[in-house]
Design a protein around this ligand. Structure first.
Ligand code: BES
Ligand code: ZN
Length: 616
C-alpha cells in the first residue's frame, strides 16, 4: 500500500497522535526554543513497537516514557533527507496492541536552521527596541518547531506553556489561558490550549512586543504598539465576515478569532492559524481595500482547519474550497458582481502561474503527485483557482446556489474534525446529490470531465463564464492603451477616477497580458494615473510588473525599494524574477537580495535564491 501522505516520514498508519503538550523557553540570546514536547499517542494496529516522528534540524536532548520521566526510551535518527528532514525512531515501552494510549516525552531544542522560525533583531521590528519571533508551519515546517507526526491527516489537540522574557508577550494558535504571565521563579509563563482537533501545520507561536485592541465580540487584533490603531481601523469588518461564514456553513467552532499583524517579512498574505490568523502588514492600505485576505483566512475556519486535506496532494480541498467560501462571503456582503469580479482576478492569477510552470507541467494538475517534492516548491494558484473553478462549475452545472449551498453545509457537517482526500470528497458529492436529488443529479455528475479537472495539467477543461459588469471598463481601457501604443491618446486621471483599487489592479493585469508597452506609453500612463507613487501594495506590485516587462529602467529603484520593505512572497518572488530577467536589472536583483538576505523569512529566502539562480 502506498502511503497516503508522501511528504511525511512518520509511521502514521501504525500510530496516531491525539494530543501534544509543549513546554518551551524562548531564548532570544541564542535564538532557540528549548524544552520538551509530551506526545499522547494511540496505536492503530497490533504489535506496534516504535513511533517514527518527523524532525528537521532539531537537537534531541533525550526521550522518556511520558508516564515516568525517569525512564528513558531508545531512539535513533535516520539519515537526513534534504527536503523532509530526519525521521526520529523511538522504541515504545513494550509491544502494544491496537487502540492503546502511550505517552512519550521528547526533550529538544531548535537550531538556526529551523525553517519554521524567523528570529528578528530589534532593528527589524517597527519599535526597534525588542526582538521578535514568529513561526510559519504550513506546509511541512512544523517538524522544525517540534518533533511530531507532521502530516495534515493527523489531527490533534494541543496545549503549551511558553516561557517568555519580559516585557514580551507570547501568543499561539489556541485559546489564551492567562492574560498576564504566570511567574514561576525566573520564568514568565503564558499558557495556551487548543481543544479542537487540528493538523500540525496549524501550530503557531509569536513572541514580541505586542499590543491588542478589541475589534469585535470574539476578536482582538494584535500588533506592535506603533501600528495598533491602524490595524484596528483596517480590520473592522472581521465580525461580519465570521457571521456570514456561519450563515453559509456551521457555527464558528474555535471560540475566538483574533488577528495578528506581523512584521514586514511575513512571507504570506495570511495564514489561518486557528484562533489567531497571521497577516502581512501589506494589507494596511488605509482604505480597507485589501481585507479580502481576512475573509479568506476566516473561510479556512471551516475549509482546512475543521475539514482538512489528508495530504498536500489534495491541498486544493483546503485552498480551492476556501476561495469558494471567501467569494461566497464577499458576494453576500458586497453583491454578486463583486464575487464575479474576484473570480476573474483569480483566472488571471491561474493563467499567470500555469504560464510560469508551463502548460504541461504535472504540478499544474489539481491533484499533483508530490512524492519527493517539497510542497513549498509546488505552491501556486492552481489549487486555489483551478479548485475554485471546479466548485464554481459544479455549482452552475448542478443547478445553482439553491442546490450547492445546502451541499456545502452538509459537506462541512459530514467531515468536520476529519481529514479527507479527493476521492472521499467526490464520493460524498455523489452520495449527497443522489440522496437529496436523485438520479438526475447523478447523471449530471457523470457528465463531468473528472480526469480533465483533477489529473490533467494546464487550464481547466471548461471555461467558466463570469459577469463582466465590473471588469468591462478595465478591459476596455487596457485595450485602448494597447491600440494606441505608438501614438498615445489623451490619457487623463478621469479614465480611472471611478475605479476601485481592485479595478486598477485588473486594468494593469490586462495591460500585462498585451505586448510590452513602449517607454513613452509607460511615462504617459504614469503621468495620467500617478502609479509609481501608489502605496496600495497590490497596485504597486502590478504596476512595477508592467514596467519590468518592458525593461523600463526608471522603475528599478522603486522595485528594489519595494522588495526590501516587505517580504511577502506573492510580490517579492515575481518582482525579483522579473527584475532578474531584465538584462539591465539582473545584477541589481542579485545584489539587492544578497545585501538584504537576513531580512527575509527562511522560506522566502530559499525560494528567491532559487529564482535568481544563486543555488540549484
Ligand atoms: N494557507 C495559506 C498560506 C499558505 C499556503 C502557507 C501554503 C504555506 C503554504 C493562506 O490561507 C493563503 O492562502 N494565503 C493567501 C491569501 C489569499 C489567497 C487571499 C496569501 O498568502 O496570499
Ligand atoms: Zn488559504
Amino acid at each position: 500500500m502506498t502511503k497516503i501522505d508522501p511528504n511525511t516520514l512518520a509511521n502514521i498508519d501504525d500510530v496516531t497522535t491525539e494530543h501534544l503538550h509543549l513546554d518551551l523557553k524562548v531564548d532570544f540570546e541564542k535564538q532557540r526554543l528549548i524544552g520538551s514536547v509530551l506526545l499522547t499517542l494511540k496505536t492503530l494496529t497490533e504489535q506496534v513497537q516504535e513511533v517514527v516522528l518527523d524532525t528537521n534540524h532539531l537537537i534531541i536532548n533525550g526521550v522518556y516514557d511520558g508516564e515516568d520521566s525517569e525512564k528513558s526510551l531508545q531512539y535513533k535518527f535516520d539519515e537526513e533527507d534534504s527536503k523532509f528532514g530526519r525521521a526520529l525512531h523511538i522504541t515504545l515501552p513494550g509491544s502494544l496492541s491496537a487502540n492503546q494510549i502511550v505517552k512519550v516525552l521528547v526533550k529538544y531544542e531548535t537550531t538556526k536552521e529551523c525553517g519554521a522560525l524567523q528570529w528578528l533583531e530589534p532593528s527589524q521590528t517597527v519599535g526597534k527596541k525588542h526582538p521578535y519571533l514568529f513561526t510559519q508551519c504550513e506546509a511541512i515546517h512544523a517538524r522544525s518547531l517540534v518533533p511530531c507526526q507532521d502530516s495534515p491527516g493527523v489531527k490533534i489537540t494541543y496545549s503549551a506553556n511558553i516561557d517568555t522574557p519580559a516585557p514580551l508577550r507570547a501568543l499561539m494558535s489556541a485559546l489564551r489561558i492567562n492574560e498576564e504571565p504566570e511567574i514561576v521563579g525566573d520564568s514568565r509563563i503564558y499558557k495556551f490550549e487548543q481543544k479542537t482537533t487540528m493538523p500540525s501545520y496549524l501550530i503557531a507561536l509569536v513572541v514580541g512586543e505586542l499590543e491588542g485592541r478589541e475589534i469585535g465580540p470574539r476578536s482582538t487584533v494584535w500588533s506592535e504598539p506603533a501600528m495598533i490603531e491602524k490595524c484596528a481601523w483596517e480590520f473592522v469588518d472581521t465580525e461580519e465576515f465570521i457571521k456570514t461564514g456561519e450563515e453559509l456553513l456551521t457555527p464558528y467552532e474555535w471560540g475566538r478569532y483574533d488577528l495578528l499583524v506581523l512584521p514586514a517579512s511575513f512571507p504570506y498574505g495570511g495564514m489561518e492559524n486557528p484562533c489567531l490568523t497571521f497577516v502581512t502588514p501589506t494589507l494596511l492600505a488605509g482604505d480597507r481595500s485589501l481585507v479580502d485576505v481576512v475573509a479568506h483566512e476566516i473561510a479556512h475556519s471551516w475549509m482546512g482547519n475543521l475539514v482538512t486535506t489528508k495530504s498536500w496532494e489534495n491541498f486544493w480541498l483546503n485552498e480551492g474550497w476556501t476561495m469558494f467560501i471567501e467569494r461566497k462571503i464577499i458576494g453576500r456582503m458586497h453583491g454578486e458582481p463583486t464575487r464575479q469580479f474576484s473570480a476573474q482576478m483569480g483566472v488571471k492569477a491561474l493563467e499567470a502561474d500555469i504560464d510560469f510552470f508551463g502548460q504541461k507541467d504535472p504540478l499544474t494538475c489539481l491533484c499533483p503527485r508530490l512524492r519527493g517534492v517539497d510542497p513549498d516548491d509546488a505552491f501556486s494558484s492552481v489549487p486555489y483557482e483551478k479548485g475554485f473553478n471546479l466548485l464554481y462549475y459544479l455549482e452552475q452545472h448542478l443547478g445553482g446556489a439553491s442546490v450547492f449551498e445546502p451541499y456545502m453545509k452538509a459537506y462541512v457537517q459530514h467531515f468536520a474534525g476529519k481529514a479527507l482526500c479527493t476521492q472521499e470528497w467526490k464520493d460524498f458529492l455523489y452520495a449527497y446529490m443522489e440522496k437529496t436529488h436523485g438520479q438526475e443529479k447523478v447523471d449530471l455528475l457523470n457528465q463531468v470531465d473528472w480526469n480533465g479537472w483533477l489529473h490533467t495539467p494546464g487550464m481547466p477543461p471548461v471555461e467558466n463564464k463570469f459577469d463582466q459588469s465590473l471588469t468591462h471598463a478595465c478591459t476596455h481601457l487596457a485595450k485602448k492603451w494597447d491600440e494606441h501604443r505608438e501614438v498615445p491618446f489623451e490619457a487623463s486621471p478621469k479614465d480611472i477616477e471611478n475605479f476601485t483599487a481592485d479595478q486598477k489592479v485588473f486594468f494593469l493585469e490586462k495591460v500585462l497580458e498585451t505586448k510590452p508597452l513602449p517607454h513613452n506609453a509607460i511615462e504617459a500612463m504614469d503621468k495620467a494615473y500617478t502609479l509609481t507613487k501608489v502605496q496600495n501594495a497590490e497596485i504597486r506590485f502590478k504596476w512595477q510588473m508592467v514596467c519590468l516587462k518592458t525593461e523600463y529602467q526608471p522603475i528599478y529603484p522603486e522595485v528594489a525599494k519595494f522588495v526590501v520593505e516587505q517580504g511577502r512572497m506573492k510580490y517579492t518572488r515575481p518582482l525579483y524574477r522579473a527584475l532578474y530577467k531584465c538584462p539591465s536589472g539582473s545584477q541589481l536583483a542579485r545584489d539587492t537580495f544578497i545585501k538584504n538576505k537576513s531580512f527575509y523569512h527562511p522560506i522566502c529566502s530559499r525560494l528567491v535564491e532559487k529564482d535568481l539562480g544563486l543555488v540549484n
